[in-house]
Design a protein around this ligand. Structure first.
Ligand SMILES: [Zn+2]
Length: 173
């Protein structure tokens, strides 16, 4: 039993050294499952910097038994309750077009997630006629604000944090 484990470790070390540099993508494209990591939480797969979602590939990778299981940055943010964006909506138009507005928001999330599975809505809360959304990525918050402005009019304001890591968006109509 011991020998194969040692052998595999050696192989992993060698391959992780090899992955440094521009070779990474072509190496992965050849299908080296030992190089990939998968997320426990959302089943996203990463071959380096980028993450993507494919349930069939996820299942296949798990079956290999050699793929490393981690939490992706988005699942970590959700677990720690640490959003990167916040959108607050208010005004009479919101109450009148509540469902339509929710649809715009969820469509925008769906589109963003297709491009990058780490761009997600974390929470959605309604209180005193306001709707508050938090997102795992500041650009998603920005896009939701832009889409609302485009589809429904109103005014939108963006407030970046000092380090540009957190975006607060306020839409009103
Ligand atoms: Zn995840």
């Amino acid at each position: 039993m011991k020998t194969p484990i040692v052998a595999r470790r050696r192989y992993d070390t060698a391959s992780s050294k090899k992955s440094v540099g521009s070779e990474t993508d072509s190496y992965l494209a050849k299908g080296a499952p030992g190089k990939m990591v998968v997320c426990h939480g959302c089943h996203a797969i990463s071959a380096g910097r980028r993450w993507y979602q494919d349930e069939a590939v996820y299942a296949k990778l798990l079956k290999t038994g050699t793929v490393k299981e981690v939490y992706c940055p988005a699942c970590e943010k959700i677990r720690d309750g640490y959003p990167s964006g916040q959108v607050t909506l208010k005004g009479p138009f919101l109450a009148e077009h509540h469902d339509e507005i929710l649809r715009i928001i969820t469509n925008e999330e769906k589109r963003a997630r297709e491009r990058n599975p780490l761009h997600r809505i974390m929470s959605l809360r309604e209180e005193n006629g306001q709707l508050e959304i938090t997102t795992t990525d500041e650009k998603l918050a920005q896009r939701i604000g832009r889409e609302l402005r485009k589809a429904c009019g109103g005014t939108v304001a963006y407030g970046w944090s000092h380090d540009n890591k957190f975006l607060r968006v306020q839409w009103e109509r």
